[in-house]
Design a protein around this ligand. Structure first.
Ligand SMILES: [Zn+2]
Ligand SMILES: [Zn+2]
Length: 474
């Protein structure tokens, strides 16, 4: 049956690429991905999937389902773009529409590969060769906030047995590296306006409160665990120097490797904010945008993906791909490929040193990043705490491509990205097939997951009544 999956994907390669290209050509930022989600929804509806749209108060969230009964395997995909990263498929900076969004994280490929995998599995269900339910979860706005957490909170993942996902990268590997848990919060201070020179004693500056809060948090850094991270940017700081600012806002990310560490540190950040409000006699309003868990994958699901990644093998890049990669690599900041060396066990150092000299990853990397935590955060973390989940990376860009960059937009719209995407579709489909044809694997994954999460059931890491933040901060 594995060969049937591979044959189907190979013979529908152009269909899957066309889906990825349509999304690449209409890049839309989080919660506004109406055209992008429609491309995926239409492909699934046409193939006979039952689609539920407009879920968890997010118009672009959807679930497409095919088949009946157990097991229920979820393939989870994203399709949002990033602001200001528009770019043509050239190895030099060349936006098609300057200043508009682009797929600088490769999510056009992410969604399309997942749909391709679901379509392949559907063929076998339809032919009566396998039983169970395959679902594609269209999860919007990954770059902005925890849309997956909202979908979990609505109970939309409650009956899922195993969740599979992937991400475009510059290597081929199961994702072992974990991400940070995070809170995203805006602190809004309200003061009293006054003429800054005429009667400043009547004014109470909200900007002072923001600045004092930032100073307080910068002192806090010495007294928090070294793995934690706090970053901020000032969203609003007043209108003119001669007006005491009555309104000021600062947006904070608080990150740590574990969820409880974020909760603890966040409480201390709130104390600093309250202190700043007290010092400046301003009022404080706390506007939570999102909270996210750290990723923590289920090992037995990772094993299945590792086997299938080995079975399919790395993408086969040709001379033109290599030429493109070498040209694009000339635009990378110095040392960007060396970043990989931070995340590898010592016994793989030589292999990785050789790898980072290459233009493209033409091998499978095993155990990459095991035991390491990457700086960023993703709402895949919430999936990991809800059900057995694993993720992998497929090579869709040259080695050392910086994250969230125009270089990723370029690679995601041409053959390098397409080859990685087809590999991803195959590995997703084969892994789903393994779980749909062997109930022992599902059982093992669930037991494995239960062991990890005993006494720690998933609880949304954001306030109960929070609604998706349709405010755009792009
Ligand atoms: Zn991203
Ligand atoms: Zn991404």
């Amino acid at each position: 049956m594995k060969s049937k999956i591979l044959d189907w994907i190979d013979s529908h390669r152009q269909t899957i690429i066309a889906i990825g290209q349509k999304i690449w050509k209409t890049p839309e930022v989080g919660l506004l991905e109406t055209k992008s989600s429609k491309v995926l929804v239409e492909a699934l509806k046409t193939a006979g999937f039952t689609v539920r749209e407009n879920l968890a108060k997010m118009p672009t969230a959807f679930i497409a389902s095919y088949g009946i009964g157990l097991p229920i395997i979820a393939i989870v995909g994203e399709f949002d773009a990033l602001p200001n990263l528009n770019q043509d498929t050239t190895p030099f900076k060349n936006p098609i529409n300057e200043g508009t969004p682009g797929h600088g994280c490769g999510h056009n490929l992410l969604g399309a590969a997942g749909v391709g995998a679901c379509l392949a599995i559907k063929q076998l269900i339809e032919a009566g060769e396998i039983q169970g339910t395959i679902r594609f979860y269209g999860t919007p706005a990954e770059e902005m906030f925890n849309a997956k957490g909202y979908m979990i909170k609505e109970g939309l993942f409650d009956d899922v047995d195993v969740a599979l996902t992937w991400h475009p990268a510059d290597i081929n590997s199961v994702t072992y590296i974990t991400s940070n848990a995070m809170n995203s919060v805006i602190f809004k201070f309200k003061g009293i306006t006054a003429h800054a020179a005429g009667d400043p004693y009547n004014g109470r500056s909200a900007l002072d409160a923001v600045e004092l809060m930032n100073v307080g948090c910068n002192y806090l850094r010495e007294h928090m665990i070294s793995e934690a991270k706090i970053h901020y940017c000032i969203l609003k700081g007043g209108d003119a120097p001669n007006i005491v600012p009555a309104n000021a806002e600062v947006w904070y990310f608080v990150r740590s490797p574990k969820r409880h560490q974020v909760d603890e540190l966040y409480e201390r950040v709130i104390k600093v904010a309250k202190g700043a409000a007290m010092m400046t006699e301003t009022e404080l309003e706390i506007d939570v945008l999102s909270g996210t868990f750290n990723t923590r994958y289920t090992p037995s699901v990772q094993e299945i993906i590792d086997q299938n990644l080995t079975f399919v093998g790395p993408p086969k890049f040709d001379v033109e791909d290599v030429q493109f990669a070498l040209e694009l690599q000339k635009t990378f900041p110095k040392g960007s490929a060396e970043g990989h060396l931070k995340y590898i066990p010592n016994n793989q150092l030589e292999q990785m040193k050789n790898l980072i000299k290459k233009p493209l990853c033409d091998e499978i990397i095993y155990n990459f990043g095991k035991g390491s935590v990457m700086g960023g955060s993703t709402d895949v973390g919430d999936l990991c705490w809800k059900m057995p989940t694993a993720e992998f990376m497929a090579s869709c860009m040259p080695i050392g491509t910086p994250g969230h960059s125009w270089q990723i937009t370029a690679s995601s719209g041409m053959s390098i990205g397409h080859k990685g995407m087809i590999l991803a579709a195959k590995v997703l489909a084969l892994s789903a097939l393994d779980f749909m044809t062997n109930s022992d694997l599902v059982h093992k994954a669930k037991e494995d997951f239960k062991q990890w999460t005993e006494n720690r059931p998933y609880k949304a890491p954001f306030p109960e009544d929070l609604i998706p933040p349709f405010r755009q901060y792009n």
